[in-house]
Design a binder for this molecule. Structure first.
Ligand SMILES: Cc1cc2nc3c(=O)[nH]c(=O)nc-3n(C[C@H](O)[C@H](O)[C@H](O)COP(=O)(O)O)c2cc1C
Length: 302
């Protein structure tokens, strides 16, 4: 039996696999396909204080080896999450990471404060969404705003706090170090890469918002590179994501330095992808004489 448990900055996960926020709703929607208690954790869709309507449609477009989205963090608000979604996840026995969004520093803090009385295991602070005009990536691209939002959230909770980074920067290690210094317990990366798609026949963009975030297999090499760079730049653990669809993909992220990984866009094509990734990691360990999955973290040979 392979030991699969990992410690992600104080969050105890029974295995290294969670889902990427926004690709698994709040878990209930996948309940027919996945035993959510079998996952290392369920990461919920980004939640704001009073809910947001999201962007105009169309806001999803298929591209070669990936998808573009400009959802704009549509959500029903923190009260709905607390009353409906979290109780379901608790009943199922899931480990819960809540992805937190805000248009302002104050909103991030208010969401964390509102969740403090709920049975949440960890927060993932999303300072990297490319699809909102205020908050999101506008915060995650600058050292000063990263420091202020992360330290304000740190002051609001003692729970494990993961900070989610954007790849849309010149040097992700600078942002990673700023988040670590401001009190992050772990970092997650990557959020989506800014992109666009055009229909040559109509001469129109495929997304109403024109630009959106690219995810899926196309972004995996970039995500791996950034996880590897951050592994060598900070001491806190990393939650790696970007195009993971198989156990082998996941192992590559562990070797690059991730302690845990998230399955995202793959859930849309294959709703049982998470289960297959967990099984695939265990099988890789068995086939390669690895007793404990932690042996793989950062074990890249070069
Ligand atoms: C439709 C969609 C919605 C997303 N919503 C969120 C979100 O609410 N919060 C967040 O931090 N990331 C969000 N993301 C980004 C993913 O969590 C993940 O970082 C990204 O898609 C890369 O992983 P993947 O290639 O495996 O999908 C979203 C991605 C997609 C495709």
């Amino acid at each position: 039996m392979v030991r699969m448990a990992v410690d992600l900055g104080g969050l105890q996960m029974k295995n290294p696999v969670t889902v990427a926020s926004g690709t698994f709703a709040a878990g209930r929607e996948y309940g027919d396909f996945v035993d959510v208690a079998s996952l290392g954790a369920v990461t919920t869709k980004g939640v704001s204080l009073h809910g947001w309507k999201g962007n105009a449609t169309p806001r999803i477009a298929e591209t070669a080896s990936g998808m573009l989205n400009s959802i704009g963090l549509q959500n029903a608000g923190v009260a709905h999450l607390k009353e409906i979604d979290i109780p379901w996840l608790v009943d199922e026995g899931a480990t819960i990471i809540v992805n937190v969004s805000g248009h302002s520093l104050g909103e991030y803090v208010s969401v964390v404060e509102a969740l403090e009385e709920a049975p949440v295991d960890a927060y993932e602070i999303n300072i990297s969404c490319p699809n909102v005009d205020a908050g999101g990536m506008t915060i995650g691209c600058h050292v000063e705003s990263v420091e202020s939002v992360v330290s304000a959230c740190r002051a609001a909770t003692k729970r494990p706090m993961i900070v989610k980074l954007t790849p849309n920067v010149t040097d992700i290690t600078e942002i990673a170090r700023a988040a670590e210094a401001a009190g992050a317990d772990a970092l997650s990366l990557i959020n989506t890469l800014l992109g666009m798609a055009i229909d040559a026949k109509t001469r129109k963009p495929l997304l109403a918002r024109i630009v959106g975030g690219l995810s899926g297999p196309a972004v995996k090499p970039i995500a791996l590179r950034m996880v590897w760079e951050c592994f060598h730049s900070v001491k806190i653990p990393l939650l790696g994501m970007g195009g993971i669809a198989s156990g082998e993909d996941a192992v590559e992220f562990l070797l690059a330095g991730a302690t845990a990984i998230a399955v995202g866009t793959a859930n849309f094509m294959n709703p049982t992808a998470t289960t297959e990734v967990i099984e695939g990691i265990a099988r890789y360990c068995e086939d390669n004489g690895v007793d404990d999955v932690n042996e793989l973290i950062g074990a890249l040979l070069c």
